[in-house]
Design a protein around this ligand. Structure first.
Ligand code: ADP
Ligand code: MG
Length: 758
């Protein structure tokens, strides 16, 4: 029996999902798989595990497992459910990639989908669990999709073996045909239980104009206006990433600082808010500064994070705001003066935020303040923040994109889908009618795609194929994907994995058809298993797997980190605005060319070419403490260097987990590789990038002048070239390996090293 506090019980009863408890539990009793759909905030994540617990699904024979695509949700939901059930976190626990609090007593376990996938690798039947709940299935993350495919097989197997298991799939949208109308996945379509949400109407206000890049500035002005002009109610702002979130929080805190009363000071020690307050107090002691009149229509003139706090009260607020809730889309009058009479309680929310910081969004804001949460996508469906009446939506999302040539991924900000934008708007109507301010025009909205595509169709799949082979699923084509990747993508993946030695090459038989079939069902090799355990793409995993030779691992890790982060050098070929700027640019280019020559080294290291330059840059930058100043002076992108640093730490941990005997650590004073190591590194790079080999066109073959100084690759008919910025531009070795090909004025190879034998 669960002993809940009265106030918790009262809050639970208000959740729409409570009304469906009987229906859901009956469906679960009678079916191996059940789908539960319900609006965000209807109580799926927090309540369904409790229903199952109370119905006795957590017993000696197994526990309840819930997967989340996001770490923040796994942590925060486990804490919430523990609180609601009045149980210790030893009983309701979580596990995410590098941390968790699971014990022998754990009965309800929240985890990321990646964690459960790893568990399938250890115990295919998932015997620990009596129920698995796949949450947020609408997000269609790759791991979630694969888990659903796997569980569609695991559940019947468990039933056959007399160890019954249940599967629940939970989704915030009704778009579940990929799971229900999919014979390959579930022969008998699982029943769908709909939870009717109590949703209040949300009025949508579009901008007339769409800001092209400064949407955070626009979000700032809109939030200021809402706070100044509109009746009480929380504000939720959607931005795309952690840095943006912090930037906006800072600006808003400066604009609307709040003085902590003695009752709230103790229980809440939000350092940033306190800081803003301190600064504000200081600024009040100063004599008021009179600032030059600014053009209120031109905010680009305002320095972004400076000077907003002690600007004098200038122009009055809106003429007669408040009645018309469509507050327009131009930032007029929303000047950035500090207004402590009108405090705003500003909280950030994003995936990697510390759990105690995350938990704050669920508490009531201090009396007399308005809550304003500045969030990334996590607030779209994973977490429901109480009391939100206004949503400000930038309409964008940060997504991973994959380079078709290299498979290297990067994060880019793009427009979101109509479905996502509507989810975001819905956050404003949980407790009363609300308003959503879209920082883009209705025409732009009309051009959004209707739904976000399943992630699995947008990226190369060699890493998934490798993971599946590691699960001994040899015929990946036959796998019951909710949405299958294209045959072309699967073939390309299998081919690459064979060439990397991760899969066994099929025996040569005469018939083309048989060969093709065999190519799609190759078993994994021992090397493939080692590679599968590293958290990077198979090419790089291969390099890491080979790195143990000659103590090369620290170098391989630094190289893999540098190659995975795009463009470590600043672009100095931009046109200069003035004579003065031009001469500075010329100077800097000269300085960087000099540094590159220095980092390229001499003798054997020259053969490593651009990779040696990367290693040298990473080493030197780390040696200097990775400061913005060092980067600036040496033409390195500071952000890239910080990313590389984080990745080195992560990869070092991963390698230590796989082979504890190497006892690696990130050495900030890494010495340059010696001659043997350089030789070894070249072999290792060639092993990972074997299909990125190019051969210099010989003079005697040179019939067409377009091939002058050109290289021939196996992928392209046209010549490719070594870029003038490359360390090997003048050397022109006979064979080179490249990291990627970029097309600008010509097809240029980047990250080039020499491949021929000495
Ligand atoms: P769903 O999964 O259907 O989106 P949830 O179960 O996440 O819904 O949320 C149900 C309710 O529980 C929401 O109103 C939400 O605000 C509340 N809630 C969730 N986590 C917390 C928490 N840590 N503290 C307070 N309330 C919470
Ligand atoms: Mg949920």
């Amino acid at each position: 029996p669960v002993d809940r506090l009265p106030e918790i019980q009262e809050a639970r009863l208000k959740l729409p999902v409570l009304a469906e408890e009987q229906v859901i539990m009956e469906a679960v009793r009678e079916n191996p798989c059940v789908i539960v759909c319900g609006e965000t905030g209807s109580g799926k994540t927090t309540q369904v595990p409790q229903f199952l617990y109370e119905a006795g699904y957590a017993s000696e024979s197994g526990i309840i497992g819930i997967t989340e695509p996001r770490r923040v949700a796994a942590v925060s939901m486990s804490q919430r459910v523990a609180t609601e059930m009045n149980l210790s976190k030893r009983v309701v626990s979580y596990q995410i990639r590098f941390e968790g609090n699971v014990t022998d007593e754990t009965k309800i376990k929240f985890m990321t989908d990646g964690v459960l996938l790893k568990e399938v690798q250890k115990d295919f039947l998932l015997q620990k669990y009596s129920v698995i709940i796949i949450d947020e299935a609408h997000e269609r993350s790759v791991y979630t999709d694969i888990l659903i495919g796997l569980l569609s097989r695991i559940v019947p197997l468990r039933n056959k073996k007399g160890m019954p298991m249940k599967l629940l799939i939970m989704s915030a949208t009704l778009r579940v045909e990929d799971f229900t109308d999919n014979q390959k996945l579930f022969r008998t379509p699982p029943p769908v239980v709909k939870v009717e949400a109590r949703q209040f109407p949300v009025s949508i206000h579009f901008n007339k104009r769409t800001p092209l890049d400064d949407y955070t500035g626009e979000a700032f002005h809109k939030t200021c206006k809402i706070h100044r002009m509109l009746p009480p109610g929380g504000i939720l702002v959607f931005l795309t990433g952690q840095a943006e979130v912090h930037g906006l929080c800072r600006r808003l805190r400066k604009a609307f600082p709040f003085r902590r009363s003695s009752t709230t000071a103790g229980e809440d020690d939000d350092a940033e808010n306190a800081e803003a307050m301190k600064k504000f107090k200081k600024s009040k002691n100063k004599k008021p500064v009179s600032l030059p009149q600014i053009d209120l229509d031109n905010y680009s003139a305002l320095p972004v994070d400076e000077g907003d706090e002690d600007r004098e009260a200038g122009i009055d607020d809106e003429e007669d705001g408040g009645s018309d809730l469509d507050i327009g889309d131009d930032p007029d009058n929303a000047e950035e003066k500090a207004d402590p009479s009108n405090p705003l309680y500003v909280l950030p929310l994003y995936s990697l935020l510390a759990p105690e910081q995350q938990a704050k969004v669920f508490r009531a804001p201090p009396p007399g303040t308005r809550l304003c949460v500045v969030a990334t996508n996590v607030a779209e469906t994973s977490l429901t923040i109480p009391g939100i009446k206004y949503v400000v939506d930038c309409g964008r999302v940060k997504k991973r994109f994959y380079d078709r040539v290299t498979g290297v991924s990067s994060f880019k900000v793009t427009w979101t889908s109509q479905a996502s934008a509507n989810q975001r708007a819905g956050r404003a109507g949980r407790t009363e009618p609300g308003h959503c301010y879209r920082l883009y025009s209705s025409a732009v909205f009309g051009d959004f795609s209707l739904f976000s595509e399943a992630e699995i169709t947008r990226r190369p799949v060699e890493d998934l194929v490798l993971q599946m082979k590691d699960l001994n699923i040899d015929k990946v084509v036959n796998f019951p994907f909710p949405t299958s990747p294209s045959m072309e993508a699967l073939m390309a993946a299998e081919q690459l994995l064979i060439s990397l030695g991760a899969l066994k090459e099929p025996p040569h038989t005469g018939r083309v058809k048989d060969m093709e079939k065999a190519r799609l069902s190759c078993p994994i090799t021992p090397l493939g298993r080692a590679m599968a355990s590293f958290p990077v793409a198979p090419r790089y995993a291969k390099m890491l797997a080979l790195g143990k030779q000659q103590d090369c691992l620290p170098y391989v890790i630094a190289l893999v980190a540098a190659m995975t982060v795009r463009e470590i050098f600043e672009d100095l070929n931009r046109p200069a605005g003035s004579e003065d700027e031009n001469s500075k640019l010329v100077q800097r280019r000269a300085r960087i060319a000099q540094m590159k020559r220095l980092w390229a080294g001499h003798g054997a290291s020259l053969l490593l070419g651009d990779l040696m330059v990367m290693l040298g840059a990473v080493g030197a930058c780390e040696f200097s403490g990775c400061t913005p100043k060092f980067c600036e002076e040496n033409g390195l992108r500071y952000k890239a260097m910080v990313e590389i640093r984080k990745l080195r730490g992560q990869l070092t941990n991963a390698v230590n987990t796989v082979c504890p005997d190497v006892r690696l650590f990130v050495d900030p004073k890494m010495a340059p590789p010696n001659e043997n190591q350089i030789f070894c590194l070249r072999q290792i790079v060639l092993a990972g990038l074997g299909d990125h080999l190019a051969r210099r066109v010989q003079v005697e073959d040179l019939l067409d002048p377009k091939w002058k100084n050109g290289y021939k690759t196996c992928l392209m008919d046209d010549p490719v070239f070594i870029h003038p910025s490359s360390a090997l531009f003048k050397t022109l070795p006979d064979f080179v390996v490249y990291h990627e090909i970029l097309e600008t004025t010509k097809m240029y190879m980047k990250g080039v090293s020499a491949a021929e034998a000495e």
